[in-house]
Structures are given as structure tokens and as C-alpha cells.
Design a protein around this ligand. Structure first.
Ligand code: FAD
Ligand code: EPU
Length: 342
């Protein structure tokens, strides 16, 4: 079958920020053979390329003068059930939250705290998606990825991926070297739940859920998320624009003396994680709007597009926020969103 190609198309429906730029070409990839054909075609033409899943963690800043490889490889297979655990392979083009819903409906636990995160399965390991006290790595078993240069498939286990907070080897040493094709998760068949995230625990207590099921956990996470994160269908955004900064206990102590209300969570190895949303709010940005770009009124970590914002307008505001947080707190915010500049 010939590759499904779209020429000179608007990317507005393909990014949750709703930025209206054009791409010279888009290839829709439905299986692994098409993926290697796509790279042969790209190498033959010398075109720049970009892998795209659901487009919920990217910011386009100009028209893309190359080929967008839109991954749409679907499929979910239950591989093995052992004492208390189930191993499931899921392909990169599946919608993440559909997969979480499928697991929760089967009473396979582990991913319920990651409910309602937009995007596709294949992007999950890239930044080791996380929410409400859980990260993808907690239930990761392995993944298969295609090496771009050679077209060969390689298996990665957990230690190969170097997962960290909003990070993995695919964002660092192996950036743009592999395309993640499928992921195997290991889930629990017993009702283990994780309620240590303060806001989640408070929600459960308030709703008399002393012994919640994983279905209760999914419902709770969905409710909390809906109460403070904008739905990209109505208001363009890419979730948290910045990562929460991780600083040493010493620096934290110094800041805490100056700002006694500074919130923080223990990270690892003597480091503390500071909510960037707090820093941005304290710097006066929450609810700020200039033309069609704004800082979301219910969550200062989220930058929103009120309609016709350009990526460059978003970058301008992001630079101003970064500068003002640095001047006030001496902390340099780093974007979580992948800014596409070429
Ligand atoms: P895309 O945006 O399409 O791609 C992201 C990056 O990964 C790009 O650099 C792309 O080139 C690369 N990529 C994508 N797929 C592959 C692949 N198969 N192989 C190699 N590279 C690939 N994230 C969290 O961690 N926690 C949250 O709670 C959370 N909440 C969010 C809430 C909202 C409202 C929104 C809009 C976003 C949120 N996000 C959150 C961010 C985002 O949903 C995740 O990062 C998600 O995993 C991105 O998936 P995607 O398919 O949309 O990736
Ligand atoms: N806060 C403020 N003002 C704000 C927002 C937050 O003061 O406007 C402070 C409050 O102290 C609040 C704390 O920040 O208690 C934490 O806020 P929240 O629970 O909303 O979480 P977050 O740290 O802002 C992170 C992730 C989210 C994830 C939630 C829940 C990052 C960069 N963001 O946000 O992930 O859903 O925790 O676990 O780690 C994403 O990555 O796109 C994303 C949405």
C-alpha cells in the first residue's frame, strides 16, 4: 500500500495548543513497515522530519518546512498473566487515556492515577508521564523502538530508558534517534492504590472513600483534573508549560527563610521539588492575558491560547515569565513542552 501522504496542511487540528501553522507534508503511519518506508522516503529527499503523536506536548513556532510523521499504529495485546500481574503490549498510536480506561475496566491496576493525560501511548515514555503520585516508569516493563538510522527494532528495559522526573534517555542521549513503536506494561491484579498526593487524599476523604477501588481512583483523578486543567477542545494548551524546578535542600532552606509559605515536596538524593505554579503565581502572572495568550486563571503552570495565538507570542510570554521568576527567586524555569523552532 502506498504511504498515506497529506501535502501543505494546517497543523491546527494536530496540536492541543491549537497553533495554526502549516506543514509541507504529513505521513500517516499505520504499521511498522510504513514507518521504515517513511524514513527511506525522508532520507531520499533530505527532508527534515518530526515525530508526532497526539500533539499535546508540542509548541509550533512557525510553518514546518518538512515531514511530520504522524504515528497511528494501533493495537493492544494481553501477553501474560502471572501471580497477581498482567503484562500488556500496547502500540504507540493508541490514545493513552483509552488504554488507561481499558485497564481500569478490567480491574488491572497501576495506571489509574495517570487518567486523562492527553496524547498517545508512544509519547508516554519520552518524558515518563506522571501525575498524582505515579509515573509511567512505576508500571513499565519494556518497549520496542525503531532506530531511525538503520530501521532496526531494539528492545529497551527499564534501566535502558534512564527514566527520571519528566525525562528519559529519549529526551537526552537518544533524542531523535529512535521511534517508540510499542510499550509493555506490568499491571497489578490486586487492588493496590496510591493516595499519597495530598489533593487526591483530601478528595477521597471528603467523598467518604476510605477504601477506594481503582475505578474510584480513576474517577477522583478525573474530577480533580477537570476542576483545574483546561480542556484543549475548548482552550488551547499543552498542560504544564514548565517543569517543576528541582533544587538542593540548602537552596530550599535559604528560599524558605525568605518565603516562609514556599511549598515543596521531597525529591531524591537531598533535593526538593518546588511547584513552578506557585512561583509564577507569586510573580503576579496568574490570570494574565495579552492578546490571545494567557496564564490560566486556575493553574498558573498552564499557558493558554484564547484563539489565534501564534507560537512566537507564546514564546514571548514564556520568556517574560522565566525572566521575572528568575529575578524574584533566582530559579530558572525550564519548559516541559517541546518547542519546535525549525
Ligand atoms: P506529542 O506532543 O505528539 O509529542 C511529544 C514529544 O514526543 C515530541 O517531541 C515528539 O516528537 C515525541 N514523540 C511522540 N511520540 C513519539 C514516539 N512514539 N517515539 C519517539 N518520539 C515520540 N503530561 C504529564 O506527564 N502529566 C500530566 O498530568 C499531563 N497533563 C496534561 C494535561 C493537558 C491538558 C495537556 C494538554 C497535556 C498534559 N501533559 C501531561 C502533557 C502530554 O499530555 C504528555 O506529555 C503526553 O505524553 C504527550 O503525548 P502526545 O502523543 O501528545 O505527544
Ligand atoms: N500552585 C500554586 N498556584 C497555581 C498552581 C499551583 O500555588 O496556580 C501550587 C500549590 O501549592 C499546589 C502546588 O502548586 O498545591 C501543586 O499544584 P498541582 O497539584 O496542580 O500540581 P503541579 O505541580 O502544578 C504537576 C504536574 C502535572 C500533574 C500534577 C498532578 C509538572 C510540571 N506538572 O503539576 O502535570 O498533572 O502535578 O500530579 O510536574 C503536565 O505535565 O503537563 C501536567 C499537567
Amino acid at each position: 500500500m502506498p504511504l498515506k501522504k497529506l501535502q501543505n496542511i494546517s497543523l491546527k487540528p494536530y496540536n492541543t495548543f491549537g497553533i495554526d501553522v502549516k506543514a509541507k507534508q504529513m505521513l500517516i503511519i499505520q504499521d511498522i513497515y510504513e514507518l521504515s518506508d517513511a524514513f527511506e522516503h525522508i532520507f531520499a529527499t533530505g527532508s527534515p522530519w518530526l515525530i508526532l503523536g497526539g500533539g499535546s506536548n508540542v509548541l509550533f513556532t512557525k510553518d514546518y518546512n518538512g515531514t511530520i510523521i504522524k504515528l497511528s499504529i494501533k493495537g493492544t495485546q494481553v501477553l501474560e498473566k502471572t501471580a497477581g500481574q498482567v503484562f500488556i503490549r500496547v502500540y504507540c498510536g493508541e490514545i493513552w487515556d483509552d488504554f488507561v480506561d481499558f485497564c481500569v475496566n478490567n480491574n488491572w491496576g497501576g495506571l489509574e492515577n495517570l487518567s486523562l493525560i492527553p496524547g498517545n501511548v508512544g509519547a508516554g515514555p519520552i518524558q515518563n508521564i506522571g501525575a498524582y503520585g505515579k509515573e509511567l516508569k512505576d508500571h513499565f516493563y519494556s518497549l520496542e523502538a525503531m532506530e531511525v538510522k538503520s530501521g532496526t527494532i531494539r528492545q529497551f528495559n527499564e534501566s535502558d530508558c534512564a527514566f527520571d522526573y519528566r525525562n528519559s534517555i529519549f529526551k537526552t542521549k537518544l533524542k531523535d534517534k529512535y521511534v517508540i513503536c510499542s510499550v509493555i506494561f506490568k499491571l497489578d491484579m490486586t487492588n493496590k492504590i496510591e493516595r499519597s498526593y495530598k489533593e487526591l487524599d483530601e478528595y477521597l476523604t471528603k467523598n467518604d472513600l476510605a477504601s477506594p477501588t481503582i475505578k474510584d481512583m480513576r474517577r477522583a483523578v478525573i474530577q480533580i483534573r477537570k476542576s483545574k486543567l483546561p480542556d484543549p477542545k475548548h482552550l488551547g494548551n499543552a498542560g504544564s508549560f514548565f517543569k517543576n524546578p528541582v533544587i538542593s535542600i540548602q537552596s530550599f532552606g535559604e528560599l524558605k527563610r525568605k518565603y516562609p509559605h514556599l511549598p515543596a515536596h521531597k525529591h531524591k538524593n537531598g533535593y526538593m521539588k518546588i511547584p513552578a505554579g506557585w512561583l509564577i503565581e507569586q510573580a503576579g502572572w496568574k490570570g494574565y492575558r495579552k492578546d490571545d495568550v494567557g496564564v490560566y486563571e486556575k493553574q498558573a503552570l498552564v499557558i493558554v491560547n484564547y484563539g489565534n495565538a501564534k507560537g512566537s507570542n507564546v514564546v514571548d510570554m514564556v520568556n517574560k515569565i522565566t525572566q521575572s521568576v528568575y529575578e524574584r527567586f533566582g530559579i530558572k524555569l525550564e519548559p516541559e513542552v517541546n518547542i519546535i523552532e525549525s
